[in-house]
Write a protein that binds this ligand. Structure first.
Ligand SMILES: Cc1ncc(COP(=O)(O)O)c(C=O)c1O
Length: 385
């Protein structure tokens, strides 16, 4: 873990800040490139996981495309030199302005999430005298067995077009002159580590593909979304997640002959290369005898524990002896949910100790807010130290 190796350099810095291990990011990208190219799969990076420009520049070097969900994300990646033709655009609520901009840019495909959205894309493209490329985001009704807040592909979610409505929507294409059906898009959820879920997902998609073929819609493009998880409990042992198994599962179970297959990975690309570095401010013992440690970071910098009860490994970088304590580690803001860990046993903590909250590179900085008017966290990059 980078922070442990360079802790002396970190001691003097003002906290909290995100520390990015650019070497680990490169190793992760190298693995993605090697494992996806075995099967000719195309990988897009889901910018929502982290829109840090320094990370994006490295991601661009490895030839990944982009999955964006807003006009601003599209604008950012275009300004950094990602070709429009490598960008797919998802999101349940695209505004007219965003749709117009993406059509003008000539993106690879919209991932269209409803019948009405399809009609609006058609109208806007018509007004521009252009044709928009559209993949239908189908909700395949697959339960990813992940946290309910990061589960998107079950029948009752707000995402995608219901599989029960897909026939009507597909037929509608014939009457829409300004959209071209490029294929199908799916995304069932995030932080999935059990390959049997992806296997089941592939089988659901094969059934849907069969229907499309039988009804005269030959599909040659599939976007299987993202969702591959990482090891939050053992980041030191598994800094790069198992991309080999992931891509091999799709190769094995997806009926993909003659198909261009795309993925949109976020967490698996950037989570492990980021750590949130924070300092202990105060310690106290509450009436129940629990040791509470207040650090200078909060849910304003890393909201995952508060939002999803997410687990992040924490290390005391200032540990000086084998003596341990069991702590609740809480943030500064005025919310009871602002707790990074409960009942966590760590080398004894005291005021001024530097802590690393690990695996924080995805959905950390990009979800930061200025709640309590805290500053946005700074970023520190290993190759600039
Ligand atoms: C449509 C879509 N694609 C891709 C992703 C990236 O998911 P992950 O970070 O789990 O790979 C998300 C995450 O929310 C998403 O909604």
């Amino acid at each position: 873990m980078l922070s442990r190796e360079i802790k002396d350099k970190l001691m003097e810095r003002e906290t909290p800040f995100y520390l990015y291990d650019m070497g680990l990011l490169r190793r992760t990208l190298e693995t993605i490139r090697t494992e996806s190219s075995r099967y000719g799969f195309k990988v897009h990076y889901a910018v929502k996981a982290n829109f840090d420009e320094e990370l994006l520049k490295v991601i661009r070097e490895y030839g990944l495309g982009i999955d964006c969900v807003s006009g601003n994300e599209l604008r950012l990646v275009r300004s950094l030199g990602f070709p429009a033709s490598s960008v797919v655009y998802a999101g349940v609520g695209k505004s007219d302005k965003e749709i117009r901009y993406a059509i003008e840019e000539g993106i690879c495909a919209f991932n269209c999430e409803s019948r009405q959205e399809l009609q609006v894309i058609n109208e806007i493209a018509g007004r521009l005298g252009l044709r928009a490329r559209v993949a239908l985001r189908v909700n395949p009704d697959v339960d990813p067995h992940t946290h309910r807040h990061i589960s998107t592909g079950h029948a009752d979610s707000k995402f995608g077009i219901a599989y029960t409505e897909i026939e009507e929507v597909a037929r509608e294409f014939a009457s829409l002159e300004h959209v071209e059906l490029v294929g199908l898009h799916f995304h069932i959820g995030s932080q999935i580590l059990d390959m049997r879920i992806f296997e089941y997902f592939c089988k659901r998609v094969n059934t849907l593909l069969g229907w499309f073929r039988e009804h005269g819609f030959p599909i040659h493009y599939l976007n299987m979304g993202g969702g591959l998880g990482i090891d939050y409990e053992r980041p030191d042992q598994f800094p790069v997640t198992d991309f080999a198994d992931y891509f091999a599962t799709f190769d094995r179970f997806l009926d993909r002959e003659g198909m261009e297959v795309h993925f949109e990975l976020g967490r698996a690309v950037v989570a492990q290369c980021g750590e949130l570095i924070t300092r202990v401010l105060f310690e106290k013992v509450n009436a129940l005898g629990h040791h509470v440690v207040i650090v200078d970071a909060s849910m304003s910098q890393l909201i995952r524990p508060a939002l999803y009860e997410a687990y992040h490994a924490i290390e005391n970088l200032s540990a000086r002896s084998a003596e341990t304590g069991t702590y609740t580690i809480a943030g500064t803001v005025c919310e009871s949910a602002d707790v990074f860990a409960k009942e966590r046993t760590l080398p004894r903590l005291q005021r001024g100790d530097l802590l690393s909250i690990k695996s924080a590179g995805a959905y950390g900085a990009s979800m930061a807010s200025r709640y309590n008017l805290h500053d946005f966290p700074e970023s520190v990059y290993s190759d600039r130290l």
